[in-house]
Ligand binder design. Structure first.
Ligand SMILES: Cc1cc2nc3c(=O)[nH]c(=O)nc-3n(C[C@H](O)[C@H](O)[C@H](O)COP(=O)(O)O)c2cc1C
Length: 354
């Protein structure tokens, strides 16, 4: 896909600066008189064929923003106007944390991938709560997911308590939750992989939800570095507990051999589609999956949906191509497509993983 003029200019800047400029420009456009209306009319896809119902929620289209793009929910109005089907804010952390010193995010030009060693910078729960509480009429229809993560400084004994704290506080303001158990790029990685560790983290959330009038779906976000056995364990948790779905995948730490961090972008595409296909086969397509990882072109997104994803979350693809990726994908998805079977890569079969 060809970059827009703006995206070409932005490539001159360091990756994180380019991202901040992109969001600032979008924010400024949104503040002009009728700015959001204009963004919506000129950029947003409007096609009823893209509508879908997933975990009891209506989505105008299946393409959303992944965690780490609008971490603090500072740009919800503009992202809603731009026409995303949903925005996943976060990882929301209980306390503000600056992350690691810059530069901490770089693009690998050979592979069109992003190496993130930012250590989850976040303005913290209080700031994000203010943003979601002040949702204007523009974002009322936007589906908002809240991704919950862990502060670098949190003591391992306090992790469960802190996830619960964010969950309880955000509960009434967002539409679904994503519990991040993926590779963490901070100095103290947090990657619960055993069944017991994962259950210990999510059961208090189920317990809290049982006492609420409104139901909020809970998904687990998993790492692409898991073994097939670990993915099977997660699938069994999905089937046996009130967990609602899975988001696959986060950035990969194991694909990086010489530096710290997590790699996202084109290096992840095939692995992400393979894992989503595997989970979808294992669960017979009965549970919602958010596909994430290396969704850089409309064709990648189409393949991810064909592999069994109900929704697709974008991060690196938006850094690479901006809103053009959403527009082109919407156009692509509304054109007649070949059957799903012809689009799934041949090597991502359930049989080969056993
Ligand atoms: C700069 C950056 C920050 C990210 N921050 C988070 C985060 O806070 N929480 C999270 O769950 N994932 C985070 N991610 C992972 C993305 O949400 C996404 O799952 C991953 O990048 C794979 O998708 P992609 O290839 O489209 O980027 C981050 C990724 C990047 C590149």
């Amino acid at each position: 896909m060809k970059r827009s003029f703006l995206q070409t200019i932005l490539q001159i800047f360091p990756v994180e600066t380019a991202h901040n400029i992109r969001l600032t420009l979008l924010g400024c456009a949104g503040k002009l008189p009728a700015g959001k209306w204009l963004i919506n009319r000129t950029l947003a896809p409007h096609d009823i064929k893209l509508d879908r119902e997933v975990f009891g929620k209506h989505f105008d289209n299946p393409i959303g923003v992944a965690a780490g793009y609008d971490t603090n929910g500072d740009h919800l109005d503009e992202l809603a106007a731009a026409g995303f089907g949903f925005v996943e804010i976060g990882s929301v952390l209980p306390h503000p944390q600056p992350g690691t010193p810059r530069p901490r995010l770089r693009r690998d030009d050979d592979t069109a991938s992003y190496i993130d060693n930012s250590g989850y910078p976040c303005k913290g729960l209080e700031h994000i709560l203010q943003n979601v509480r002040q949702r204007t009429k523009h974002t009322q229809d936007l589906v908002i997911g809240c991704n919950i993560g862990k502060c670098t400084s949190t003591h391992p004994d306090d992790v469960i308590k802190e996830y619960l704290r964010v969950f309880r506080n955000m509960y009434q303001y967002v539409d679904f939750f994503v519990i991040n158990i993926a590779c963490n790029t901070s100095a103290k990685p947090f990657v619960p992989t055993s069944r017991d560790q994962i259950l210990a983290l999510i059961e208090p959330l189920f317990e809290f939800r049982r006492g609420q009038l409104d139901y909020r779906p809970i998904l687990l976000k998993i790492s692409p570095d898991l073994t097939w056995q670990q993915i099977d364990d997660i699938v069994s948790i999905l089937i046996e507990t009130p967990l609602d779905g899975i988001e696959a995948v986060a950035g990969s730490c194991s694909m990086l051999t010489t530096e710290r961090g997590a790699i996202s972008g084109a290096a992840l595409t095939e692995r992400a589609i393979e894992i989503v296909h595997y989970i979808s086969q294992r669960t017979e397509g009965n549970y919602p999956i958010i596909g994430s990882g290396g969704m850089m072109t409309p064709d990648d997104i189409q393949r991810m949906l064909n592999a069994g994803a109900s929704l697709v979350a974008l991060n690196s693809g938006l850094r690479e191509y901006g809103l053009k990726l959403l527009r082109s994908t919407a156009k692509h998805l509304t054109q007649p497509q070949p059957t799903a079977e012809t689009q799934i890569p041949i090597d991502s079969t359930t049989e080969t993983k056993e």
